[in-house]
Design a binder for this molecule. Structure first.
Ligand code: SAM
Length: 428
């Protein structure tokens, strides 16, 4: 397919997402099934146009003076893929599958200035979320919001139980793998531009061998900040598919014990296979709360990787940015409070409660941990600065922090997904 056919395909998918309010992955999959002639490169390019369009949906619509799927796809070409109206016209010339490029859209783009748009449009975030961004990041909020519109890299964590980072880097040299800047065992494959496709690393022999896991650098950093030590008893209370449990097990060098629990047993399902592949021997999976409850008050560290709105992952899942409602946020806040309250019972006196979200909204982060410590005076918020320096040194990009104790990773500050981390100590 030439660019014109790919653009038309992306426009169909964008229109489907808008009219049927469907998750982007479902629309893309259906398009692929209905257009079996399209090769994998075409499908990847169409996916890139769709995801790029959703990342900057509001600003494209403003500058084009049109929020149709056609206008968004055109915005991607001219604002994200580095084409000019002339180079685009040349590429579409003679392509019978190419969409029309209306002259008034180009005129509008030439005339309009983003600085004149409402601020949430400049930041490509829902209007109702703007106040939370301002509260959290004050003068930096627009820069932070705009960084969440960039394409994410593909990050991996070398599984040191099986292979060193250098060994994995050598095995993935042909994928363009480089070390991450902050995470000690992180490996990064750059996002690529335009139609560039990311490699399918899970088809690599090194993946089958368990040498690495796919895990965003931000997720690796917060798992590291838990500071799980060899020989300790650690509880991953919201273990889900086990991303952080695996990272902590490797950090503990298979010594001591990680207990993995999740209120939703189905979410735990992938963990068994992942543990096996990773060569992990110190993770005990609890499918029922009843097997965990006798261990109340016994853990050195309890991690609450709480359910959240996922605003920190908007680069990867830009469709969720436009589906988020204040009702969703309210539901997540209640779940977070419940998870924190239940998990706290498992921390031994003198132990640590670690709270993580992949959100950048203060309601889900600072407000939750400060509220929790107010209601539970035997817990106090500790500074994560010392752990950060021990783990990552002083010369690395610094995360955002509203209070110089908690840590907020963001694409703008640490070039990772957005994550919040807070360590709370239980008084002895
Ligand atoms: C952000 S996900 C966890 C991701 C996982 N830790 C990882 O690194 O791959 C949050 C998880 O919390 C679980 N959860 C929600 N409420 C909970 C509660 N009250 N107790 C335990 N788990 C809970 C959800 O089922 C979900 O799997």
């Amino acid at each position: 397919m030439r660019l014109g056919g790919r653009l038309s395909g992306a426009i169909e998918v964008l229109a489907d997402i808008e009219t049927r309010k469907r998750p982007v992955a479902d629309s893309l999959k259906d398009w692929g099934l209905a257009h079996r002639f399209a090769g994998s490169g075409d499908r990847a390019a169409i996916g890139n146009i769709v995801y790029d369009a959703l990342r900057m949906k509001l600003s494209h619509a403003y500058l084009m003076d049109d929020d149709s799927a056609d206008a968004l796809a055109l915005g991607v070409m001219l604002r994200q893929w580095g084409l000019t109206p002339e180079t685009l016209a040349r590429q579409l010339d003679g392509d019978k599958f190419a969409p029309d490029i209306p002259a008034e859209r180009l005129a509008s783009l030439a005339r309009r200035r983003l600085e004149h748009a409402p601020l949430h449009v400049q930041g490509d975030i829902p209007e109702w979320v703007q106040a939370s961004f301002v509260e959290n990041f004050s003068d930096d909020w627009l820069h932070e919001a705009q960084a969440l519109t960039s394409r994410p890299t593909l990050d991996l964590r070398a599984n040191t139980l099986k292979a060193s980072r250098d060994k994995v880097l050598r095995a993935l040299e042909h994928c363009g793998a480089v070390p991450t800047t902050i995470a000690r065992n992180g490996i990064r494959i750059p996002a690529g531009e335009g139609p560039a496709r990311l490699p399918n690393v899970t088809a690599e022999p090194a993946f089958e061998e368990g040498w690495f896991e796919v895990q965003d650098e931000g997720s690796q950093i917060v798992a590291d900040l838990v500071f799980a030590q060899e020989g300790e008893q650690v509880l991953d209370f919201c273990a889900g598919g086990g991303g952080k449990a695996l990272a902590m097990s490797a950090a503990m060098n298979n010594k001591g014990q990680v207990h993995a629990f999740d209120a939703d047993r189905k979410r735990l399902a992938p963990i068994i296979e992942r543990l096996k592949r990773a060569g992990t021997r110190n993770v005990q999976v609890h499918e029922d709360f009843s097997s965990l409850s006798p261990l109340a008050g016994r853990f050195d560290r309890v991690l609450v990787d709480a359910p959240c709105t996922g605003t920190g992952t908007w680069r990867r899942r830009p469709d969720t940015k436009w589906r988020l409602t204040d009702k969703n946020l309210e539901e997540r806040l209640a779940q977070q409070e419940e998870a924190l309250a239940s998990a706290a019972h498992f921390v031994r006196p003198g132990g640590y409660l670690l709270y993580v979200t992949c959100s950048v909204l203060p309601e889900e982060n600072e407000n939750q941990v400060y509220g929790f410590c107010e209601d539970n005076p035997d817990f106090e918020i500790l500074s994560a600065a010392e752990a950060w320096e021990d783990l990552f040194g002083t010369d690395k990009p610094k995360p955002w922090s509203a209070d110089m104790k908690t840590v907020t990773l963001t694409p703008a500050s640490t070039d990772t997904d957005g994550f919040f981390f807070c360590a709370m100590g239980r008084k002895a």
